[in-house]
Design a protein around this ligand. Structure first.
Ligand code: C5P
Length: 219
């Protein structure tokens, strides 16, 4: 590991989307690229942390210098995160699917000739962030993300309390901001002390600043 202010600290980072199978060849996914979680994992490793990078099927490669645990589904991600604990900190940047298909089997769904589509029953996935925040192995610092389109501070503040995490990194992803899928981000850091607006900057710079902030909190 690199030496730095996070040397000796073990940090779990989730990243990317999850894929939830419909049958052996089809799945439900989302458009997360994994860019934010990847940049953050790289920034934490640069400061010397031992990073366990639990990633869904992302479209960007994982960073160097981290321990990669590749998963597909939300339930696999939850298992991998649980197995990676205890840790000094955990950051949840993954875009976890809210639902999975109930009873997805090992046989491909077929058209039955009547024109009637197969019923897809959805069941809610576990909330990994909330589970870790309220669980027995809770790291000393737990950070979640929130992408909102309106009333960012109010929603993110409520989310912080609901999920039981220490910090929420909130951003406004409404159309017109150019943030979703763009190279820049403008975040508000929500802590127990309140809301801090950070200026608009590159996603790598947001990650470096957040990693430094985490280092201050952990030392
Ligand atoms: O509730 P919402 O999905 O907006 O919360 C976002 C935060 O919760 C992110 O940090 C995300 O990684 C985490 N999360 C999770 N497991 C879920 C849903 C969200 O860890 N099932």
């Amino acid at each position: 590991f690199a030496t730095g202010p996070l040397s000796g600290k073990r940090i779990v980072v989730t990243s990317g989307p999850t894929h939830e199978p419909i049958d052996p060849v089809r799945y439900i996914a989302n458009r997360s690229s994994g860019a934010q979680g990847t940049a953050l994992a790289a920034a934490l490793a640069d400061l010397g942390a031992e990073v366990i990078f639990v990633t869904g099927p992302a479209s960007v490669p994982p960073p160097d210098g981290v321990q990669v645990v590749a998963v597909e589904t939300a339930r696999q991600m939850q298992e991998a995160v649980t197995a990676a604990l205890p840790a000094d900190a955990a950051v949840f940047a993954a875009a976890v699917a809210d639902w999975r298909v109930a009873g997805a089997g090992d046989r491909k769904l077929k058209k039955d000739g009547t024109g009637a589509p197969p019923p897809l029953d959805l069941v809610e996935n576990p909330d990994i962030l909330a589970g870790v925040s309220k669980g027995p192995d809770r790291p000393g610092l737990v950070v979640g993300f929130a992408a909102e389109t309106h009333d960012v501070i109010a929603h993110a503040t409520a989310k912080r309390l609901r999920k039981g995490c220490d910090w929420i990194v909130a951003n406004d992803v409404s159309p017109g901001t150019g943030i979703m899928g763009g190279t820049e981000n403008a975040v508000t850091l929500i802590t127990e002390a309140g809301a801090e607006d950070w200026p608009r900057m590159g996603k790598a710079e947001v990650s470096a600043r957040l990693a430094r902030r985490m280092a201050e909190a952990l030392t």
